[in-house]
Design a protein. Structure first.
Length: 86
């Protein structure tokens, strides 16, 4: 399964859909023959680089609280990174 949003998350330098599209095409070209094994595509976008860069090297401030709070904080953090936009 090719998840285009997850692939875009691998490059936090992407700023536009166009850059994302070019990046996806380059990745597919690099993988050549392996592309024939792609059986489906989860087509979505994720341009979360600015958020990722602003959070490198630090944990969300609510992370050390009780489990339910940590879960909610972690989930919100993940949704900011893996945006699943149309």
């Amino acid at each position: 399964m090719l998840d285009t949003g997850h692939l875009m998350n691998a490059n936090p330098g992407l700023n536009t859909e166009r850059e994302g599209l070019v990046y996806i095409h380059q990745a597919l070209n690099r993988h050549g023959e392996l592309c024939r094994y792609i059986r489906g595509i989860h087509l979505n976008r994720s341009l979360s680089g600015a958020y990722v860069w602003s959070h490198i090297g630090r944990l969300p401030k609510d992370l050390l609280k009780k489990y339910v709070v940590r879960f909610g904080t972690s989930y919100r953090h993940i949704l900011q990174i893996d945006q699943h936009q149309a």
